[in-house]
Design a binder for this molecule. Structure first.
Ligand SMILES: NC(=O)c1ccc[n+]([C@@H]2O[C@H](COP(=O)([O-])OP(=O)(O)OC[C@H]3O[C@@H](n4cnc5c(N)ncnc54)[C@H](O)[C@@H]3O)[C@@H](O)[C@H]2O)c1
Length: 379
């Protein structure tokens, strides 16, 4: 039975990640009048349960998961969702700032009528003013563009040598690995090349893949080929992007590509897609960039190919043993470029994802819309 104290309490929003503190929604009269706020820094599952026990009287109506969501405690599994201290009766929704929702037991959430939302910006759901469409796709694509350019031009390696030597001529000579004047177009036995006119295969032409295709075509002058589940209908004839099925018919075509970029999700179908067989069909000048998930690459096959000089460059933003960066990739500064999973890490994404997440909490708490029409609703 509710005591008088809890009956008069406002609904509470539990933040397990820091929001954007300057968020207009967070600081709005509507939000501050409607909700109490609780903050909790996740540590272990046991400590989280204890925290929930201590806050049983708070009417936790929404959880703001931010980007890390529940990863630090190994996910949000049925054990936690069905624990007697989990706010099952009050909790209406969990909102995430990331696109992925791995590690959350979707069936258990569904059974307990807890709505789950992730970040989506490819459609305007009418939640916030001035939505910047395709913000994540655009920003992750910038990261991909950098890795591809690195693969052709090896600028970071040149930068490293320039810092070490403090002399442009010595840096170029060192890169070439020979005595005498070096123009800079050689790195060991590899030629620095222009990406212009070369073919790039994008595996997974979704939100990120499409933005990357525009940048590679219009920025670097590359020819675009792509694989996805079915041919993309929204591409205009002038773009001239070529579709290929992602099945056995792809192998004999792989040799023509100078760059292959992965913007696929990590699923059982994509796990170890880039394996020995795939790499054996690729061009030895291949620039391979992974922006999707680490497990899409078979790590042994990729590190063997790098060691044997069977690929020109590996660019990665996601890692097999993430957050650990595999040793072979870490030490190989001439053949690899690495970014620590920061494809979407911009102020714009941080701010917009927070506004969208808080707007969803307001909408769900108000209960005045048929939430299931939302593109960003997962459960
Ligand atoms: N590096 C980063 O910072 C970052 C940020 C966001 C997302 N990601 C990763 O990138 C992935 C893609 O993101 P998105 O927003 O472009 O997703 P999306 O859903 O818009 O696009 C995914 C594309 O992959 C295709 N696809 C999926 N499985 C396939 C299969 N088995 N065969 C052929 N095509 C297949 C889909 O048809 C779609 O075109 C995410 O799932 C996530 O893993 C990385």
């Amino acid at each position: 039975m509710l005591d008088a104290f809890s009956a008069t309490r406002k609904p509470t929003v539990l933040f397990i990640a820091n929001p954007c503190e300057t968020s207009a929604t967070l600081n709005s009269k509507e939000f501050t009048e409607k909700f109490d706020i609780l903050r909790y820094d996740l540590d272990t599952k046991e400590k989280f349960i204890r925290f929930l026990e201590e806050h049983e009287k708070d009417k936790i109506t929404a959880i703001y998961g931010g980007f890390p969501a529940f990863h630090r405690i190994g996910g949000l599994n049925r054990d936690i969702i069905e624990h007697r201290s989990f706010p099952g009766n009050d909790l209406k929704c969990i909102v995430l700032c990331s696109r992925g929702c791995n590690g959350l037991d979707l069936d258990a959430l569904r059974e307990h009528n807890i709505q789950l939302y992730n970040y989506q910006d490819d459609q305007d759901e009418g939640l916030i003013d001035d939505l910047k469409l395709h913000e994540v796709g655009n920003d992750v694509a910038d990261c991909g563009l950098w890795h591809i350019l690195e693969g052709f031009r090896k600028f970071s390696y040149g930068q490293k040598l320039a810092r070490e030597t403090g002399n442009t001529i010595v840096a170029r000579t060192k890169a070439a690995g020979k005595d005498g004047f070096a123009f800079g177009h050689e790195v060991g036995n590899m030629f620095i090349e222009s990406p212009r006119g070369k073919k790039c295969l994008i595996l997974g032409l979704g939100s990120i893949g499409k933005q990357l295709a525009y940048k590679l075509q219009n920025g670097l002058g590359m020819q675009i080929h792509y694989c996805k589940r079915s041919e993309e209908s929204t591409i205009s004839g002038s773009e001239n992007w070529k579709f290929h099925g992602l099945d056995d018919t792809i192998y004999p075509k792989l040799h023509q590509f100078h760059a292959i970029v992965i913007t696929l999700p990590g699923t059982p179908q994509t796990e170890h897609l880039i394996d020995l067989k795939f790499l054996q069909h690729c061009n030895s000048e291949l620039i391979l960039v992974n922006l999707g998930r680490g497990a899409i690459l078979d790590p042994q096959a990729v590190s063997d190919a790098l060691a044997k000089g069977q690929i020109r460059h590996l660019g990665v933003d996601v890692f097999y043993n993430e957050p650990i960066i595999d040793e072979e990739i870490k030490v190989s500064d001439k053949l690899t470029s690495i970014t620590p999973h920061l494809g979407s890490a911009t102020k714009e994404v941080f701010e917009q994802s927070c506004e969208l997440a808080l707007a969803k909490i307001l909408r769900v708490a108000s209960g005045d819309v048929a939430e299931d029409k939302f593109f960003s609703r997962i459960v």
